[in-house]
Design a binder for this molecule. Sequence first.
Ligand SMILES: Cc1cc2nc3c(=O)[nH]c(=O)nc-3n(C[C@H](O)[C@H](O)[C@H](O)COP(=O)(O)OP(=O)(O)OC[C@H]3O[C@@H](n4cnc5c(N)ncnc54)[C@H](O)[C@@H]3O)c2cc1C
Length: 551
Amino acid sequence: MRHRAEAWRKIDGASFDVCVIGGGATGSGCALDAQLRGLSTVLIEAGDFASATSSRSTKLIHGGIRYLQEAVTDFDPGQYHVVKQALRERRFMLENAPFLAHTMEFLVPCYRWWEVVYYGTGTKIYDRIAGKHNFFPSKFRGTKDAVARWPLLRGNGLKGAIVYADGQFDDARFAVALAQTFTEAGGEAVNHARVVGLEKDAGGSIAAAEIEDQLRGARTTIRARVFINATGPFSDHIRAMANPSVEKRLRLSKGVHILLPLDERTRDAMVVPKTDDGRVIFAIPWLGRLLVGTTDDEVTQEDELVVKRTEVDYLLQQLNRYLSRTFLAEEVVGGFAGVRPLVSSGKGSKTKKLLREHEVEIDGQSGLISVLGGKWTTYRAMAEDAINAAQRQLGIAVGGCLTREHPLSGSEGYSTAYPQSLTANYGVPDATARHLSEKFGTRATAVLELAKQQPELSDPLVAGYPAIRAEIAYSVRNEMAATLDDVLERRTGLQFFSWNAAMEAAPVAAAVMQRDMRWDDAETQRAVSEYVGTLASWTQKIGLAKEEAKA
Ligand SMILES: Cc1cc2nc3c(=O)[nH]c(=O)nc-3n(C[C@H](O)[C@H](O)[C@H](O)COP(=O)(O)OP(=O)(O)OC[C@H]3O[C@@H](n4cnc5c(N)ncnc54)[C@H](O)[C@@H]3O)c2cc1C
């Protein structure tokens, strides 16, 4: 990807076949698909790529064991269809970005024999629906075996666990890799650029979008033949911009995750199969932490999207019932909140019951194509449907989707031995080699070449964490990172690992960014204090300890 300033110059006043609004999973997927089909495409993102819902997921590439339960108990064919499609899509995600996605065992603890039968039957149906796309068949593990793989599990009364297969991925980096792959295919993308208005032609169809640079305040107009609204939770806003008479379609559901110290012996993910309010919660090893989530509460666009103490207490209460020890709120090292953009046909049912199926809607008046709902796991299928609709609108033959087998940037030549080659060739510690490989794939070599040219960039961002300073410079120059949030949250993942560590790293990261971003000293200082101020207010809200407890 270009440096952001150059990307802005490239789109300024330009014309394209397709303009995709929104650079989360859905929009980045749409942009890549369109560009690969030969349509000149631009991707406009108001914040950073994946800065909204797409970096706030449970990081599961899954059919959805809970949706399967609903499909069976509620005789709901819609839920069944979502599960089936997602189970097929899982494999494409793993194959196209092996450094960002992998299979994982999910353990459902059973304290009654009927639970063994119930969950065992459910996961067998899950295997069956996955068919040839299944990773491995579900199975029963005895108590000793289950506790060996999940040492914090309460062994008392445990009959054993049902184990099934799903995938796990790095959602924020996956979206960056999609955007990167898209630009390498010839597309133009710009982040921190908001669509603030749509212009129509004499026939009432959208002909141009007015874009505002969110960092510098400049404005430009770009023209396109088709506009795709992939703004997730913000879709109703763009729909209304295109046609003020349309009714709202989205119901928003807030989901919170927290991060806890990880017992390093933990190998699998654990499923809390039924919470007090009849939901499912996951506790998953993720980048050296235990990721626990999620909640599901209906919200409005105006609600503040932060992790609240009551939400932390709820998650810990549900989790602790299954553990041999009790996690306290003071042990939480970070967290995040996101909004599910669920498609609704009316009020009524609770958000947890709403379908995760997607819909491609075409506004008859303005021609706007909106891609609504869906899941991360089905982003590619959603994009395929949306670009089929775009081709129809352009009056060209429908087809030619190439994304099923299109490796993402960083996958070239990647193998499980790649991290060792970094250690051997660049002398970096194992943990750093692993971290760089998991974030950048084979582009990690370019990160380490930077560090070779500027040896001060090989220092860690903060002591005790594998991320190094060269990642910051690389991300600004090659991945359009432009703010501290971009680099510390979504590019390096440090903010997901620990809020305290991210606050400590902020001045170091800002100093690396200063020259490339052409910030003066006052701007650099302001960036640090704004970033640290935000995280400090989050830590206070949930009473997070200043010193982190070790697992
Ligand atoms: C708590 C939670 C857990 C989840 N877990 C999973 C999971 O484990 N697996 C799974 O498959 N799915 C999961 N999902 C669902 C999945 O995360 C979402 O379906 C997906 O990320 C939605 O992507 P999107 O691109 O549609 O929306 P978003 O990621 O929200 O992207 C929309 C983008 O549009 C941009 N935008 C808005 N307005 C404008 C404008 N005017 N101009 C330009 N850009 C604009 C925004 O900045 C935003 O980046 C989860 C969701 C939540 C909330």
